[in-house]
Design a protein around this ligand. Sequence first.
Ligand code: GLC
Length: 740
Amino acid sequence: MNHKSILIAIISFCLSFQLSAQNKTIDEKVDSVLRLMTLEEKVGQMTQYASFWSTGPKSPEGDKLKDIAEGRVGSLLNIVGTDKARTMQELTQKSRLKIPLILGLDVIHGFKTTFPIPIAEASSWDMNVVEQSARIAATEASAGGVNWTFAPMVDITRDPRWGRVMEGAGEDPYLGARVAAARVKGFIGAGLGSKDAIMCTAKHFAAYGAGIGGREYNSADMSERTLHEIYLPPFKAAVEAGVSTIMNSLHDLNGIPTTGNSYLVRKVLKGDWNFQGFVISDWGSIAELMTHTYVKDSIEAAWVAIHGGTDMDMECRAYRNQLPALVASGKVDIALIDDAVRRILRKKFELGLFGNPYKFCDEGREKQVLSNPQHRIIARDVAKRSIVLLKNTGSILPLKSTKKIALIGPLATSKTDMLGSWSLAKFDDGEVATLYDALLKRVGKEHLVYAKGCGVEDTSRVGFNQAIEAAKAADLVVVSVGEKREMSGEAASRSNLQLPGVQEQLIKALYETGKPVVVLINAGRPLVFNWTADHVPAILYAWWLGSEAGNAMADVLFGDYNPSAKLPITFPRNEGQVPIYYNHHHTGRPPLGDSNSAEYKGGYLDLVYSPKFHFGYGLSYTTFEYSDFIITPLNDDDNLIKVSFTITNTGKVAGEEVAQLYIRDRVSMPVRPVMELKGFTKLMLQPSEKQIVEFILNKEKLSYYDKDMKWALEPGTFEIMVGAASNDIKFKVNFEVPKQ
Ligand code: GLC
């Protein structure tokens, strides 16, 4: 063959290989790589190390960079910046197979632009807002070198003592499932492979929010029915929305640490739900199987974890150190390794990393995206929609004119605290808009005086007098109190939910000046502030709102935005009531309403039974009327009933209402909750505007796990309820479900 014909042969081979490569499905590409891998390289893909900072107990450094260069690392976490990402990907190109890294980070509520903490966004009950927040976070993270977030955290919790209540969507499985799906859609955007899509993770699988006593990392113990009806729905919704990975957790569920719980992962997640992504352990949780005293050594830990369905080992090296020998000795079937590696490689192909390991390392894009002013505008919009108006007696809000304002309290000037836990405050938090900044911009320094009054946690009242004097010299007092950033979040369970320090005493002292008082509370969890709630005329619960916190609070204070958020979790009167939640069972001797415990009734001797603020509660600057309820039985094979009604804005300003649909199965085996949220809608109404709302109840929404744990629709009487809150039902009617 002459040179020309050889050249033609080579070109046609490359073209056909290229074409065949393009035509190959991702699974074929995965298998073509898997076939080339040694056992050490396969186990390497199942290994993740932390890089630039720890978000868990520090583990020995080892030689991570050498491992990466030898193709023995599948992923790194805690990297920020295209420069660092590029450096790590360049290392992978020194390895034999040049398999790129997935770079993960806890992008929980924003990357460069910090959005409200997740429970605040859930308070908006607006899935477009939730999705948009995740979309901006993904756009920024993907421009900043990150292609995988360990979010959304979808743990349901009924216990505000648990610090990570700030990270989820509250107590309800239906709302939690809708929020989980919205977050996943936001992170993935147009789909993995697009430049601003990142992998996302539903965590912590499962029932991590049910730790006994609200204590972080503590055991959870529950029936299979409670697990499936309360704690699993948000995970299932995330899987159905296309979540890329699942992270297990650091606790044990019914005595089995979730990292080795094959019922959860192999039976439910990968079996019943047919989950095709991969499962990553939580920080060191494989090694912690020993601490749980579930296994005796690291060899057993690796064996239990791989059989339990954990595909990647975060930061404990059990897989790296133990799996090769376990496979060689026949104690672990190579098929388990190959399944895990396939799942991991599939995501790397979907992300487009094999095509371009530097896909997320574009410095030009990083500069352009991370300085986009539009992101803060959206963050401000999300934040104002996350603020709950708890009280507004005498319509003291919105603030009507630029009278002289005394701004008092330790959080009014705080930047880092407004970012909240799990924010990447490693960025310059100098850009955070505080309440003080926002008010100064609005009313000018001649109408604003500030006094701190006290610290968040300290017990000193030395600042009270100055605060009182400032209040006396003003027309109106705005008080800014709550928690510091580190008082909620991981490993931040607290037994005392009262407003910390002497903050409530400060509020009382200011109230006693006789000036009108407005209180804003910034916190990561429901707090207890009964005196304030009973006396102060206006209260806004503003959670932690992120980069635009102050501006969003000012927008609501001055009525530029009419607050529309509602509580996604019940607020107790004190810690003694916890756990307290709206979807409880009726019991055989229910407490008599709000009376103290009557003879042989199920209340408390020393406290009324009801919570301080109910699930689904939140006020507006306008009022809404619910009318014209119509129930229409439906005869198609899935939908059973249509509920329609009219909502009218009967006030003077435009506003949004969250109408909620609840059901109750009146007689059932097993007993069912007295209420279950099964639908909601949020609508904007101009003054006097009417809108007709329709809810459809299908069989799925009326079904539950029967006494044999079979998912079933039992015939019988159901109560259908529509309301503005779980304790504000506007309409209730019985509906008969016929025998199917
Ligand atoms: C922590 C958290 C988990 C987080 C991980 C990585 O242990 O429990 O939510 O994603 O570490 O930072």
